[in-house]
Design a protein around this ligand. Structure first.
Ligand code: ADP
Length: 606
């Protein structure tokens, strides 16, 4: 072994593959024919050197029958060894038995020292030792070589066990290449098998590549879609009207959307990366808001109803509603807070105005209702009082009136001869007045009885009611030489006595308020939805338009009782009866031509 110190300056140390070959039985051959042996060794050396060169190796200076070659690649070295043995085998076959030269070859991968074109070192010694283990025409390799070529070369190997090498501490594990010994078919089979394996492997790799390609294409598509979505999201965000900010767990602004900057007239430089409660003039520095925001990430809390009013810089006094919730995203800052700020100033003001208006309205409605209740109460009280008065008056007045008219009658009869004409006229006028008064009291009594003594409604045949009325009015009809036209009428739901009273008053008036020509009265009806509209039409004096409504009031008369006798209660009683039946009454008239009175009644279901 060459000591490092001696060769240090002119030598280089490196790791390389060493092929060592020598001639089996060289001394014997030399003994037989020294010249011929040296000759053939020379030609073999040349052949071997050429093969070494083919495999990118280099023959180094070596003594006697030994040939040393170095290779940068272990595979090249072993393939070269195989090629050498094959070539020598061919050459030997052409030579006579005694001239044949067989080589043993050892290949090792190890450290060598190169000096002056020669190789030394453990690597060289080990290759020489391995070579000595090979038979003539064989190749042995060290384990370091085996490890490199075992999977790469289509050869077979046989493990020869561990072998000591002089001056080397650890024994060397040695393999023999036996591929060359196998029958050709077997080698081919092996090669085929190996090829098949490689083909399979290639197939698998290809499949893997195809899968990867598909996956990559899929990923590309997903990525493209994701980018589209991001682009879309960006455009959507730009259109969002409500200002929004994203905060991190320390309540620092991570980002804000354009509407935030627009609304608060702020810039990203003075916003992003700053704590929310430091923004603007400290508008968000509200202890309660801070508490709520600080709870969002740890407690996964949210809120949507935090209202605040503030004098914001630039935009002035505004009411805002804040909505906040936790958002979770992938990545290092996974927990964030989304804060949406809604300007509700206009809504709030509108709501306040509305609430105020509503309250005012309610107050006025209440006042008005109270007034109405009061008025209704007063009205019903005065109605009740009136009815009571009418009732009492008619009863209580009737009696003294009877007494008065009784005495007047007595006076005119008993003192007829003692009284002069003037006194007789006075007494007769007083008697007329008491009769009128009697009539008035009766009418008042009838009026008050409409509601107090009315009967239940029943299906009432209007024709029968009208027959009776006609009978009662017969003297007046005859006296006025009136012509009555009657249409057949249906049944209605009514109190028959009260319905008769209505017909009597209306037809009576038609006869009474006549012109010089004989009256013509037409009674008919028109059926409406669940209702019957009955009319009484005359050709009388008619009514001026301004009086069309007031004639239905109590005691309203348009003429003196001398010209047209009456109390002014008839139409008031009619109105009260019709209204009790849920109907309406009105008149259409043309002065001088006649009037038509209409009233409605519920039709009786057949
Ligand atoms: P009265 O008949 O006792 O005067 P009413 O209440 O029946 O009282 O009628 C009120 C007033 O309406 C009458 O005084 C009269 O001026 C007017 N009137 C009623 N019916 C007719 C009619 N058919 N034609 C013209 N005027 C009428």
């Amino acid at each position: 072994m060459i000591k490092g110190k001696l060769v240090e300056e002119s030598s280089t140390r490196k790791l390389c593959a060493i092929l060592s070959a020598d001639v089996k039985g060289y001394s014997l051959l030399m003994g037989q024919d020294e010249v011929a042996t040296v000759q053939s060794l020379k030609s073999y050396r040349e052949v071997i050197a050429a093969i070494v060169l083919q495999y990118r190796g280099r023959v180094v200076d070596s003594p006697g029958d030994n040939i040393l070659a170095e290779f940068a690649s272990v595979v090249d070295a072993v393939e070269c060894a195989v090629a050498i043995q094959r070539e020598i085998k061919v050459r030997n076959a052409e030579l006579p038995e005694d001239r044949r030269m067989k080589f043993r070859i050892g290949v090792n991968l190890g450290d060598v020292i190169k000096e002056g074109g020669r190789l030394y070192g453990d690597g060289v010694n080990i290759s020489a030792r391995i070579e000595s283990l090979a038979e003539a025409g064989e190749i042995c390799i060290s384990e370091t070589v085996y490890d490199h070529v075992e999977k790469k070369l289509p050869l077979a190997y046989e493990y020869l066990g561990e072998h000591e090498v002089k001056n080397i501490e650890k024994p060397i594990r040695v393999y023999r290449i036996i591929a060359e010994r196998k029958p050709l078919g077997e080698i081919e089979d092996k090669t085929k098998e190996k090829l098949q394996l490689e083909l399979d492997e290639l197939g698998r790799k290809r499949e893997e590549l195809d899968t990867q390609k598909v996956q990559t294409q899929g990923k590309e598509r997903v990525l493209r879609e994701a980018l589209d979505y991001i682009d879309l999201a960006g455009r959507i965000v730009e259109t969002i009207g409500e200002p929004m900010v994203v905060l991190d767990k320390d309540l620092r602004v991570v980002l804000a959307i354009p509407s935030f900057y627009k609304t608060f007239q702020a810039t990203p430089e003075e916003t992003e990366g700053r704590l929310i409660y430091e923004l603007g003039n400290g508008q968000w520095n509200i202890p309660r808001l801070r508490e709520l925001l600080e709870d969002i990430i740890p407690k996964n809390a949210s809120f949507d109803d935090f209202e605040m009013e503030h004098d914001f810089p630039v935009i002035g006094r505004k009411t805002m509603r804040l909505i906040a919730k936790r958002i979770v995203k992938h990545g290092p800052t996974s927990n964030l807070i989304l804060l949406v700020i809604e300007d509700i100033t206009v809504q709030k003001r509108a709501k306040e105005t509305l609430t105020r208006a509503h309250a005012e309205l309610e107050e006025r409605v209440n006042e008005r209702t109270a007034e109405l209740v009061q008025k209704t109460r007063e009205l019903s009280r005065s109605n009740a009082e009136l009815e009571y008065f009418a009732h009492v008056a008619s009863h209580d007045l009737k009696e003294p009136l009877i007494v008065v008219s009784g005495f007047l009658n007595l006076l005119s009869r008993r003192y007829a001869r003692k009284l002069d004409d003037k006194a007789k006229t006075f007494i007769s006028q007083a008697l007329d007045a008491s009769v009128r008064m009697q009539k008035l009291i009766d009418d008042l009594l009838s009026f008050s009885r409409v509601s107090t003594q009315g009967k239940e409604f029943e299906a009432t045949d209007c024709n029968l009611v009208l027959d009776q009325v006609m009978k009662d009015l017969q003297p007046a009809i005859e006296e006025s030489r009136a012509r009555i036209f009657r249409d057949p009428l249906p049944s209605v739901m009514a109190d028959p006595v009260q319905l008769a009273r209505v017909f009597q008053n209306l037809i009576g008036n038609a006869l009474k308020f006549r012109t010089d020509s004989p009256p013509k009265v037409h009674i008919g009806a028109e059926g409406l939805d669940h209702e019957l509209q009955i009319f009484v039409k005359d050709n009388g004096i008619g009514i001026a338009p301004e009086n069309l409504e007031k004639i239905f009031s109590m005691l309203e008369r348009l003429h003196s009782s001398e010209k047209y006798p009456g109390t002014g209660m008839g139409l008031a009683i009619c109105k009260k009866i019709v209204e009790r039946h849920g109907g309406r009454i009105w008149v259409e008239s043309e002065p001088g031509k006649g009037s038509t009175f209409f009233f409605t009644m519920q039709t009786a279901d057949k």
